[in-house]
Design a protein around this ligand. Structure first.
Ligand code: E4P
Length: 290
């Protein structure tokens, strides 16, 4: 039950660590680019040194490689680890599970994960969207597999034509229930049933209609196969999604700063604390603390 902060922002990491509830940090090139622009960062290495110190010993910090060929990712991973791990002993190398999309070789990521893990470098396999990818990354020796729940939801919603913004909560249970309700409508023939658009909608993303459902599948596979890699629920966009990921058995949830803050608020809590503060004054609580 670990909570990581998903951020490349030094101030956010410092503050989140000061709350006493954060167990690690995940970064990626996009988060670091955004933080660098926001903070006017000059030297990336010096900045990362501060980030590693801010996280502190015992709180893993994932730093991603930039190349897309296995041998280059391995070289970069070793360089990052040898150079930066001595700072606070907390560097984890983040390697994409596949670099297909930029390279022809689908297995470049798996080869790099294998090579780095074999020499004792802890690897966080990233950009995982399917249970198969998680399984292969774990087979290759990854210490962590990062399943991108939010991006899986983005994919499902775009396939289903559901309009959404990045930070919308995706209530996959009601989407599934609505689709299954449609399927329950009587078909006039087996052919009509098989041709039903509802059936094809239910088969979007191989039938996994959300990141949380994909997480349940990964958990079940890891349990049944005795796989020890830790599952990080990543790409988290909403407190409810974090709750569902924890419920589904994520070992770690990595959550953006503003989502962690949103996890602690509720209008009734705000109303309640206003009344308690007023009533404590009216009841002379001050007398107890003089
Ligand atoms: C994971 O480690 C990534 O840094 C991150 O969770 C990606 O989140 P996003 O899909 O919201 O960009």
């Amino acid at each position: 039950m670990s909570l990581f902060i998903d951020s490349g922002d030094l101030d956010e990491v410092r503050e989140a660590v000061s709350w006493g509830i954060v167990d690690g940090v995940t970064t990626n090139p996009t988060l670091l680019r955004e933080a660098a622009e926001r903070r006017g960062v000059k030297g990336l290495r010096d900045y990362l040194v501060e980030l590693l110190k801010a996280a502190g010993r015992g709180r893993p910090v994932s730093l991603e490689v930039m190349s897309t060929k296995a041998e280059d990712m391995v070289r970069e991973g070793l360089r990052l680890y040898d150079d930066l791990n001595p700072i606070a002993g907390n560097v984890v190398i983040k390697v994409p599970v596949t670099t297909k999309g930029v390279e022809q070789g689908e297995l470049e990521g798996i080869k790099a994960i294998k090579a780095l893990s074999e020499v004792g470098v802890p690897v966080n396999a990233t950009l995982i969207m399917t249970p198969s990818q998680a399984y292969l990354a774990a087979k290759a020796g990854a210490t962590y597999v990062s399943l991108f729940l939010g991006r899986i939801d983005d994919f499902v919603r775009s396939q289903l034509g559901i309009k959404h913004s990045k930070w919308d909560y995706f209530n996959y249970r009601s989407v599934r229930a609505a689709l299954q309700g449609g399927l329950a409508a009587p078909a006039r023939s087996p052919g009509e049933a098989l041709a039903s658009p509802v059936l094809s909608a239910l088969n979007v993303n191989w039938g996994l209609l959300s990141g949380v459902e994909a997480l349940r599948s990964v958990r079940a596979i890891f349990r049944s196969q005795g796989i020890r890699a830790k599952v990080i629920a990543a790409s988290m966009r909403h407190p409810r999604q974090v709750e569902e990921a924890l419920e589904a058995g994520a070992d770690i949830v990595t959550v953006p700063y503003h989502v962690i803050k949103a996890m602690v608020v509720h209008p009734k809590s705000e109303e309640g604390i206003r009344a308690f503060v007023d009533d404590a004054r009216a009841a002379n609580y001050g007398e107890l603390f003089r």
